[in-house]
Ligand binder design. Sequence first.
Ligand code: HEC
Ligand code: HEC
Length: 225
Amino acid sequence: MQLKTFAISALAATLVAGCGANQTAVKSEASDKGATKSAPVKAKAKAKPAVIAGASGAMLASTCEGCHGTDGASTGPATPSIGGMSEDYLIEAMEEFRDGDTQSTIMGRIAKGYTDAEIVAMSEYYAGVDYVGVAQSADSSTVAKGEQLHNKYCDKCHHDGGSDASDDSGILAGQWAPYLQYTMEDFMNGDRDVGRKMKKKMDILLAKEGQSGLNAIISYYSSQR
Ligand code: HEC
Ligand code: HEC
């Protein structure tokens, strides 16, 4: 976990450093906002043209490809696939990363480089492409048990076996098993905020089935494409 965090952080630092122009744009917009606040009645400030022309969602998304893959189909086991998730989910996830409300190894720093409008544009883009599940091997002996446990504890919010793209709870089917494992650890350690209702289900699952029950559910998700 430590090593993974370090390696990803180093990569992120390089990537973020490469985004100088973008960060400058964000900064100048932020100081414009400040100026408007301290002198709100000046009509002149309102008429001022936008400092940067908006980049398209596809252009913005090209900076995400290195980790999230082409059209958000992840090629790295610690990175989720994001193409085809709901726009609302994507916007919320980015805002939470940016504001430090969600635990992350690197997305917090990346998300800070974007304005609200840019986050909406890239989320629209990713919501418009098809979700591609990862081809990976799953522990076939526990998939059936995992499906049964998923239906009992998780399907109420993660519909259709965790594959419903319109869910505001993310897509679980076909995500990398390591990503799901790290995420569940973050929830259990309290590093990532898990809603009260999901927490309750997780607690009952862990009390009744133990860690092997959770592992079976993860096998089930990773057996789907
Ligand atoms: C250096 C690799 C890297 C880059 C570049 C990157 N991401 Fe991420 N992304 C990750 C990792 C790793 C996670 C898991 C959370 C974490 O640990 O930061 C993640 C998580 C996410 C999530 C949460 C998905 C979920 O299921 O909850 C979203 C949304 C996301 N990234 C969007 C983006 C967007 C949009 C961009 C481009 C602006 C981007 N990412 C660029 C590595 C990256
Ligand atoms: C009451 C509704 C609810 C139930 C029940 C529920 N979840 Fe969730 N789950 C959510 C919501 C909402 C999110 C998004 C939270 C966020 O991003 O902060 C989420 C997020 C997740 C994520 C992270 C997704 C990502 O892409 O990062 C995983 C993994 C997960 N849930 C697994 C489970 C498992 C396994 C169960 C059953 C034991 C379960 N959930 C039960 C509502 C629920």
